[in-house]
Design a binder for this molecule. Sequence first.
Ligand code: AMP
Length: 207
Amino acid sequence: MKLILIGAPGAGKGTLSVPLKEKLGIPTISTGDLLRDAIANQTEEGIQAKSFMDRGALVPTEVVFEMLKKRLQEPDAKNGYILDGFPRNLEQVKLLESYTDIDYVIDIEIGLDVILERLLGRRVCPKCKYIYNTSWGGDSVHCAKCGAEYITRSDDNEETITKRYNLFVEETEPVIDHYKKLGKVIEIKSSESEEVKKQAFDALGIN
Ligand code: AMP
């Protein structure tokens, strides 16, 4: 199965991707993670991408799509995958459609107020990608899964979050409309992770 997770930054795409990939046995491929790994490894693409990411802008599509195609050719992706963060505009939809067919698009709807609250408290494990939120209490320094020290993403600050949200409304909402016309969209209306998972699993018939 080939899925796209779509939603504003902080909607919970990364969180939903965990039970989905476990249940379906296919990898989650996040273009944001691919780009952050490229920055950490100081590759050519990472160096090009960093300034765009730090200011909440989109990285040029050709850079992202080349990285994505390489990742999609790895053996673990041969039976399908869950795309998180791609496509983000209609130009990227066109490229993806020229490359492969997608089965469903899961659209997680959420307001800017919830997003801000969530992303300002978001911490990410750089090693295993586990996502933690300071509002949950407990150890806010060490990853609950692997013990590495959490980091705060450099683009999780109020100014950049607002920019990324506006970019989502302008550029990514037309992507949802496109897939709605094709009858591929599963709409999720919740900000509570268990409920998001339930609605997605029910719609996909994978309970
Ligand atoms: P994310 O982890 O999906 O929130 O992405 C973080 C940042 O990476 C975005 O704000 C963009 O700067 C960049 N990025 C991720 N995916 C894409 C994409 N498909 N196209 C362009 N830029 C992207």
